[in-house]
Design a protein around this ligand. Structure first.
Ligand code: 5GP
Length: 192
């Protein structure tokens, strides 16, 4: 998606260690006009797939998921990052390793909000090692819901997550795919 690629080039900051900071329009301050265009693109890509629920993970996936959900006319469920071992109520749970924070945590979704019969689109801001997406996919599979696919804002295609998830047979649509980046030369995108 040209608009997102151009914005990454203009306002993204490449950090050492393969981290892209996009706080000015995506991860801290949020550009809702841009999110609206991203939501429309996800809706176009997954048109006719019968999506009736969007699943994301707190915190930075929530904004994009909510704007996209307006296009699909469906609710958003966000997986919570669980802090205590004693989880209240009846929940689906899986484990995620954070690339940016170097931590392992459990994620949970209430069984009330993810069920057999749901047709789920997973939305997230970044795809890097694939751990967050894999954790979300496991929640969907455990619940008996149907996974339609994943919609990602920024895929760092030089990291293994995208290949890993696609090799599991999951449809992954990323709006910007970064082939390489470094602080000196900036960001290069995958040629489509
Ligand atoms: P993964 O589990 O695929 O390694 O990473 C996905 C999660 O890590 C995303 O939800 C995002 O929050 C965070 N993340 C991974 N790489 C980056 C990055 O380069 N920049 C930012 N801002 N977040 C990242």
């Amino acid at each position: 998606m040209k608009l997102l690629e151009e914005r990454i080039v203009k306002d993204g900051i490449v950090r050492e260690g393969g981290v892209l900071k996009v706080d000015s329009f995506l991860n801290h301050q949020m550009d809702i006009a841009l999110f609206t265009q991203m939501g429309k693109e996800f809706a176009r890509l997954y048109d006719g797939c019968g999506v009736n629920k969007i699943l994301t993970i707190e915190a930075s996936g929530i904004g994009i998921a909510c704007i996209a959900a307006q296009e699909f006319g469906c609710p958003v469920v966000f997986a919570k990052k669980n802090k205590t071992k004693n989880i209240a109520g009846d929940v689906w749970t899986s484990r995620v390793e954070s690339f940016t924070h170097g931590k392992v945590y459990d994620i949970i979704v209430s069984k009330d909000y993810l069920k057999a019969g749901d047709r789920v689109l997973i939305i997230d801001d970044f795809l890097a090692m694939g751990s967050a997406l894999k954790g979300l996919i496991q929640l969907v599979n455990d619940s008996g819901a149907t996974l339609v696919g994943a919609g990602i804002a920024v895929e760092k295609a030089f990291q293994p997550g995208g290949d890993l998830i696609r090799s599991m047979g999951v449809r992954v649509e990323s709006l910007a795919r970064i082939a390489s980046m470094d602080p000196e030369s900036g960001v290069q995108f995958v040629e489509e």
